[in-house]
Ligand binder design. Structure first.
Ligand SMILES: [Zn+2]
Length: 334
């Protein structure tokens, strides 16, 4: 087996709107990277074709072929089982039900593949190559339209009995809170995501609150987004600032739960909403401190995620290399 075989993996980050593929090595360096759109509405076969086309371009760029890879890692949105390689369902991929995605990719590319949830892949990316470097107990959360996350315990991603663990965005924060897309009420992401921030803003505007934000959106309430609210707050609108602080409060409540349950060394926070910075995080950390065990809170380092959009694709590749390494160890032990 050549040197390349042990060290190179292909990462696939399948999103609801975008597909990212990259050839990565054990240091988290990308030899190539390709992105394309996910033809989600055209069905499963079209999406798989789009993945393979992107992979071919990534191979060309890196001047390698599938034979040069140790393995392939696939990060996919929704609920999946890493043991069986089956994607149960995905809110971002309509019509997908119990799809053997790992086997499909394995067959297409002729190399061993592994399937993992996209947020778990991103957590592994940050653990190995980003904000979580060196940590054994680590939590990654991404706050954007929803809240996703991944939990690393003693150096390993925690996937639970069926593989669905780590859905931090769906812990109940307010049992009478807003209805979540998962069917539950008051999930963390219904109160602390960018979508939640914008929804609350629109609700208050419709109730007649005084704010300058309508100047930013051509007086169209439907155009109010987290980004506009942030801009408006930075320009001195106290209502917008208070809405961000309210969202920060709920971010903090969820962080306190994570600190108390997991006592992590590092919590890395990524996603679009984290770009707001101090206006969001000052109230968040204040509330998190108030609500968590002193000792555990002081031992937790909160950091911004470092890899941006590449966390998932790098993490998927790292996961594949890790699985191959572990399989090798088991063989040696036998
Ligand atoms: Zn939910």
């Amino acid at each position: 087996m050549g040197e390349k075989h042990d060290r190179l993996a292909l990462g696939i980050d399948l999103g609801g709107t975008k597909i990212l593929t990259a050839v990565g090595n054990t240091k988290g360096e990308m030899l190539s990277r390709d992105h394309s759109i996910t033809p989600a509405t055209e069905g499963q076969q079209a999406v798989v074709r789009s993945i393979i086309e992107s992979v071919d371009r990534a191979f060309d760029q890196a001047h390698i072929s599938a034979a040069d890879l140790a393995a392939i890692g696939i990060g996919a949105p929704g609920l999946s089982n890493p043991e069986t390689g089956i994607l149960f369902t995905s809110p971002n991929l309509p019509g997908w039900k119990d799809v053997p995605l790992r086997d499909i990719i394995e067959k297409e590319l002729g190399r061993k593949a592994f399937l993992i949830n996209d947020a778990n892949a991103a957590a592994l990316g940050e653990l190995h190559f980003g904000a979580g470097r060196g940590a054994r107990n680590f939590i990654y959360i991404t706050i954007s339209t929803g809240i996703g996350g991944g939990i690393v315990i003693d150096g390993k991603i925690y996937t639970g009995a069926l593989g669905t663990a780590g859905e931090v965005g769906h812990m109940t924060i307010d049992n009478n809170g807003p209805l979540c897309r998962c069917g539950n009420k008051g999930c963390w992401e219904t109160l602390a995501s960018g979508t939640a921030l914008a929804r609350e803003a629109r609700r208050q505007i419709n109730e007649g609150v005084r704010t300058s934000i309508l100047d930013y959106v051509d007086a169209d309430v439907e155009k109010v987004t987290a980004e506009e609210i942030h801009k408006c707050a930075e320009d001195g609108d106290s209502w917008a600032a208070s809405l961000i602080a309210r969202t920060g409060y709920y971010v903090g409540v969820g962080l306190a739960n994570l600190v108390n349950v997991f006592n992590p060394e590092v919590i890395a926070i990524g996603g679009g909403l984290s770009n707001i910075g101090d206006m969001l995080f000052e109230p968040a950390f204040r509330v998190a401190e108030e609500r968590s065990f002193d000792k555990a809170f002081r031992a937790t380092r909160f950091a911004l995620a470092e890899l941006g959009r590449n966390s998932g694709v790098l993490g998927a590749a790292a996961f594949a290399l890790e699985q191959v390494r572990n399989a090798g160890k088991v063989q040696q032990d036998e």
